[in-house]
Design a protein around this ligand. Structure first.
Ligand code: DGJ
Length: 747
């Protein structure tokens, strides 16, 4: 723990706030004329000063709208902290609401501030946390409406030793009239120029988290979801990078929303090149009734600043999300190597087949057996039984309890698949409660994969699902859950919400999902949960708070996974990236890759298998045993080390990445070549993060090299007259080739 330093400086006379640590500074003030908050700076740490007046930047202009009796304070020309709607600023606001009188005009001004040691919890919402009060300080600034009973508390946390500022907002109605919140972003920040490129993670089912990067333009650009989940299409993350910023050099600002529902990340560049970045719950189809004495808490945004390139930003997110978002007991615990039966059997299995798979897997060194979809109700395909979480006795004559006993007797942990938020019409639950499905009774209802979405905004639904799952968990001795979610929300209408509260459905739904996670983890605190949504459809920081790992994609092809895992690593640590070795030809793209290549990609994640191990040849079984033994030796390094992206699959034929242990004594490099090259050019892979003065031995080459020359010159992947051993040989090289290199410091 670094020495406790003052993290929040307040100039009480000028009402200027400076949140800072050795990495970042975040500065804003109360604008003396309008008493609104004026943003001054966010970026690399700068020295604290008595006054930051020199950062005030306002240009008097003609043709502007001014407050009455005032000639300098048009909000259009002030960089703001949390802009409202309705007066002299015409850009998108951070919040907007309808007052009881019907207008939407807000006049919230500075009221007071408070400093909290540590980081207060967010009501009912996942968020990053501190373990002791001296790890961080939180500034709470209260704004009050001059014409109504609305107050907004803005929360800013600065940590002792992280290049991070977290922000969220809480609305409170202390009056006796109801207001309607239409727009409640978690943060807004005005940068003084537009010299940025926007980076974000775009995708679809089976090709999640592909990196996009475009220069900002004047106007509005955004990423969003209106699907009821964070979605395959846009991860709730974007970054603003300087055009010259690379993986390891240059400035970049990251924005990551700790939320699993509809989100919006928006960047608006105005005509003066001021860049306003906002992020939060998607205002589209959102409305919240704020009754007297009610509060509304927005989710949290984690802002990261890096002057060490995009990789520097990722490392900050990885460390924070691994240690202060994921929770005990799993955050620092070795994750079991699992086998999942999905791609081995799909719905077609029985107890005998499962035990056969488990025995073989155990023999190879696997630690956890996961029984996927198809173990309940009458489920033999995807048309039935979701919502009926009782064992299918014709497949499992001894039930989950009996199967679990047998799996445990083999010395394996046992995990089970659920899709708690979904229902099929053939279930008793649906027959009893058709009104528990999200739909508008008078209108047609769409299905997705033959299933319908349960109304998790209804606490009775959450309780009913908890009770069904609890019954299985209590008797089944379950160690792990794969929590799936295979469709988005359509016909958004809740039969329990009044007509003027339908805009609350999406958010209440996600709060219901979080509530079920909480209930399960309260009762079964040792449960390891892996979240999943048809692969990576809800891979977000909100769920990582409960489920420290996520199934990254239904695409298990090693080549496709290079892009998916590379993109995912922009924000999420390797310990959260679910990665399996699967069968060939691959079930999603039909590609055949070697077992080596498949494992070499899956090593850089949680690692597991998803194939019919009973079909492996003896040689393949030996390979599998060796892979598992190798991963067991290296998983702490992979899951807790510092990750470096070295070569991007989005740029060409090669991909490379590596992890370095905290003490820099060990490192693991993965290098992948998609297509074999005839008569290739020379190829050197510059490494990163190694200790310059340390001599490392290189396995399997057997060479010894200084960290300094590996960092500056790199590994040579071409043959030369020195007649390297077989490892470097090009003989037998094929498409989809991989190299795994282990570096260990010489004593
Ligand atoms: C989608 C998941 O992503 C798969 O891994 C598998 O669990 C199936 N659902 C089962 O229906």
């Amino acid at each position: 723990m670094p020495e406790t330093k003052k993290l929040i400086h307040v100039n009480d006379e000028k009402l200027e706030f400076h949140l800072t640590n050795q990495h970042v500074s975040y500065i804003f003030r109360v604008f003396e004329k309008s008493r609104q908050l004026e943003h001054l700076y966010f970026g690399k740490h700068i020295h604290h000063r008595g006054s930051f007046d020199f950062l005030i930047e306002r240009e008097p202009r003609s043709s502007i709208n001014l407050n009455e009796r005032d000639y300098t304070s048009s909000l259009e020309h002030i960089k703001q902290e949390y802009p409202g709607f309705g007066t002299t600023d015409f850009r998108y606001p951070a919040y907007e609401l309808e007052y009881p009188e019907g207008d939407h005009i807000s006049h919230l001004v500075y009221d007071s501030y408070k400093i909290h040691e540590g980081k207060p919890k967010l009501d009912g919402m996942p968020a990053t946390y501190t373990e002791s009060a001296d790890e961080a300080q939180t500034l709470e600034v209260v704004l009050k409406d001059t014409h109504s009973s609305l107050a907004i508390s803005l929360f800013y946390t600065v940590f002792q030793d992280r290049a991070v500022i977290t922000r969220s907002a809480r609305f409170h109605n202390s009056g006796d009239k109801t207001m309607k919140l239409n727009h409640a972003m978690s943060l807004s920040i005005d940068f003084p120029d537009k010299d940025f490129e926007m980076i974000h993670l775009n995708g679809a089912w089976a090709r999640e988290n592909h990196i996009e990067r475009q220069p900002l333009f004047k106007g509005v650009q955004s990423i969003s979801s209106a699907r009821g989940a964070s979605s395959h299409m846009h991860n709730p993350f974007f970054a603003l990078a300087r055009p010259e910023t690379t993986e390891r050099q240059g400035e970049v600002y990251g924005f990551s929303l700790v939320y699993s529902g509809n989100h919006l990340g928006q960047v608006e560049v105005d005509t003066y090149n001021v860049t306003r970045a906002t992020m939060g719950i998607n205002p589209y189809q959102f409305q919240w009734k704020l009754r007297p004495d009610e509060t509304f808490q927005t989710p949290e945004v984690v802002l990261v600043y890096s002057d060490k390139g995009i990789n520097g930003m990722s490392q900050t997110y990885h460390d924070l999300y691994r240690n202060r978002l994921a929770r005990e007991p799993w955050k620092n615990q070795t994750r079991p190597i699992l086998i999942n039966n999905w791609e081995a059997t799909y719905f077609d299995f029985n107890e005998e087949k499962i035990i056969e798979l488990a025995e073989k897997a155990k023999d190879a060194g696997v630690e956890l057996f996961v029984l996927d979809d198809g173990w309940f109700g009458e489920r033999n395909d995807d048309t039935s039984s979701l919502g009926n979480w009782t064992e299918n006795r014709s497949k499992l004559p001894h039930g989950i309890e009996g199967l679990s006993e047998k799996i445990h007797a083999l010395g394996l942990k046992f995990g089970l698949w659920f899709e708690p938020e979904m229902i099929n019409k053939d279930t008793p639950l649906y027959q009893e409660h058709p009104e528990w499905v999200i739909h508008m009774p008078a209108k047609p209802m769409s299905h997705g994969r033959n299933q319908f979405v349960l109304d998790f905004s209804n606490p009775d639904v959450v309780d009913a699902l908890f009770s069904q799952m609890d019954t299985i968990l209590a008797k089944g001795n379950i160690d792990y859950i794969k929590w799936d979610m295979n469709r988005y929300i359509t016909e958004p209408f809740s039969t329990i919400l009044p007509h003027d509260q339908q805009g609350e459905l999406y958010h209440r739904y996600i709060l219901g999902v979080y509530a079920l996670y909480e209930k399960l983890l309260d009762k079964y605190p040792d449960l390891l949960i892996e979240s999943c949504a048809g692969g990576g459809g809800r891979f977000d920081p909100g769920l990582l708070y409960y489920a420290p790992q996520a199934w990254t994609s239904d695409d298990t092809d090693a080549v496709e996974r290079l892009k998916i895992q590379y993109g995912t690593s922009l924000v999420y640590p390797l310990s959260s990236i679910g990665s399996h070795v699967s069968a060939i030809p691959n079930h999603q793209v039909g590609r055949t890759t070697s077992l080596d290549m498949r494992s070499a990609v899956a090593y850089f994640g949680t690692f597991g298998y998803e194939l019919d191990v009973t079909q492996l040849t003896e040689r393949e079984m030996d390979q599998m045993k060796a892979q598992i033994a190798f991963f067991k030796e290296n998983r702490q390094l992979v899951h807790e080390g510092t990750f470096y992206r070295l070569s991007s699959p989005f740029d060409g034929n090669d991909t490379a990445w590596m992890v370095v242990s905290d003490d820099k004594k060990e490192a693991l490099v993965g290098f992948y070549q998609v297509l074999a090259q005839p008569n290739p050019t020379y190829s050197r892979l510059k490494l990163a993060g190694l200790d310059e003065e340390t001599v490392y031995s290189i396995d399997p080459d057997g060479e010894e090299r200084y960290g300094s020359d590996l960092n500056t010159i790199g590994l040579l992947f071409s043959e030369n007259e020195r007649q390297r051993g077989h490892f470097w040989s090009k003989n037998g090289k094929t498409d989809f080739h991989s190299w795994i290199v282990k570096l260990s410091a010489k004593d």
